[in-house]
Design a protein around this ligand. Structure first.
Ligand SMILES: [Zn+2]
Length: 137
């Protein structure tokens, strides 16, 4: 008897291009629409292709990843500068927090775009269905 239920896996979504689009803060599906409405608020849907983006569950992952990256960049620089140069403590207190905060401000939306794109590419948290507006087109 013929099985009427389609049990085939959905087509895989390429991870690399999706991550690149997310890093550029663009829709992981089309790469044209803006992913964020403001600094970190993910749009409910792409304004160009209609891909539903509200499924994401980025939660604290972008913050943790950003701290991990910035910490691994700034801490070695700070330790090296402390060992190599005879800077006064006020200079260290002025340089490193500003450098760390600048890195966080620059990286956080890009990392969050990457996390949302990762979830989209792996069809996590509601991104798995082809029933959203983009698939209907
Ligand atoms: Zn789109």
């Amino acid at each position: 008897m013929r099985d009427l239920i389609d049990r085939s896996e959905p087509a895989p979504r390429p991870l690399g291009p999706a991550l690149a689009k997310g890093w550029r803060r663009r829709c992981p599906h089309c790469g044209g629409g803006h992913l964020f409405d403001g600094y970190l608020t993910v749009r409910p849907a792409c304004d160009i292709c209609g891909e539903e983006l509200h499924h994401h569950r980025a939660d604290d992952a972008p913050s943790w990843l950003t701290i991990l990256i910035v910490g691994h960049l700034v801490a070695p620089l700070m330790i090296s500068a402390y060992q190599l140069f005879d800077l006064p403590m006020w200079a260290h207190a002025a340089i490193w927090p500003v450098l760390a905060l600048t890195g966080v401000v620059i990286l956080l939306p890009r990392v969050k775009g990457g996390v949302v794109a990762f979830q989209w590419a792996h069809r996590m948290h509601g991104f798995e269905a082809e029933t959203n507006a983009a698939a209907a087109r």
